[in-house]
Design a protein. Structure first.
Length: 310
């Protein structure tokens, strides 16, 4: 019926044109957020909404084109900048749309941790992806906000797509190499680590190494003094826990050797590596990661994109 189609068009317009979150739309129309997610999916199925990732991608911008060209990216998806809360939601929403376009049978997915990834995962629609798996890329943080931790994100991702879930049940950073070697021999950890060597797709955040911005400091794994020492050694950012310099090269420091997570060379061997990060305070770290070729797709906001280019 035309009335039903008009209703779906109204939902799609709120989401894609007015840039309202799924929760805001749910409140406006008296629906649950999962219902809104399902209606948006129906809009795509019926052709009311058509999303193209290539040149016609709706978030293509001049800054995105320049980032793509300069750093040889497959995609640079740039979200309009608003206030912090709206950018956080918008980046997660667009990342979820992009993720949905990548899902296919037999896909093997790895995911790290962080607020950007949290918002991406929780915007994913529920759909069954046959014979798929989701692997936690790095040990846990035991953070004060555990919902942002890799274990919970991998579990939630796997629930959304009905995939097999493989957690990495150990801390991301240990005190010495001996402890790391012992943990890597544990059966469950050993199995998950083996699965990080054969992934098709990975999602990561990129964090600054400034002590007052470092995710490792916030999680309590590194003190501000230790973070300052790592920064003095040349670190500008970290990805999957590993600290790198302004050229994207991993630092040969004790800290990096005590990380429990995917081997960085194995990470770079993954065909599609999606970095989701925003905020001008992260621009230096994101730029260094791009120089190092760490990711194949960047999802960020326009202010951050312009800061990276400048």
């Amino acid at each position: 019926m035309q009335r039903d189609r008009d209703y779906l068009v109204s939902i799609a317009r709120r989401y894609y044109v007015d840039e309202r979150s799924q929760q805001q739309i749910a409140q406006e129309f008296g629906l649950s957020r999962p219902t809104v997610s399902n209606l948006l999916r129906k809009c795509r199925e019926l052709g009311i909404v058509q999303i193209k990732i290539e040149d016609g991608y709706p978030y293509a911008t001049a800054a995105g084109d320049e980032l793509k060209k300069r750093y040889r990216l497959d995609h640079a998806i740039i979200v309009p900048s608003t206030d912090d809360d709206n950018v956080m939601t918008a980046v997660g929403t667009v990342a979820a749309e992009y993720t949905t376009s990548l899902l296919a049978e037999h896909i093997r997915i790895g995911i790290a941790w962080g607020t950007s990834l949290y918002h991406m995962v929780h915007q994913l629609p529920h759909e069954r992806v046959k014979d798929s798996s989701v692997v936690q890329l790095m040990g846990g943080f035991g953070a004060s906000s555990p919902q942002y931790d890799g274990a919970d994100l991998a579990r939630e991702f796997s629930k959304r797509i009905h995939a097999q879930y493989y957690p990495l049940q150990c801390p991301v950073l240990v005190k010495n190499i001996m402890v790391k070697e012992l943990l890597l021999k544990e059966l469950g950890i050993k199995e998950t680590m083996q699965r990080t060597k054969s992934l098709d797709l990975a999602f990561v955040g990129i964090s600054s190494n400034f002590p007052n911005q470092s995710a490792m400091v916030r999680a309590g794994f590194v003190t501000e003094k230790e973070a300052k020492e790592i920064q003095d050694a040349g670190a500008v950012g970290h990805l999957c826990g590993y600290s790198f310099d302004s050229e994207g090269k991993l630092l040969d420091i004790s800290y990096n050797h005590r990380i429990i997570g995917i081997d960085f060379h194995d990470f770079l061997a993954i065909r599609t590596r999606v970095g989701i990060a925003y905020g001008v305070q992260k621009a230096q770290a994101i730029r260094a990661s791009l120089i190092g070729g760490h990711i194949t797709t960047l999802i960020t906001d326009e202010v951050t994109a312009n800061q990276i280019l400048s």
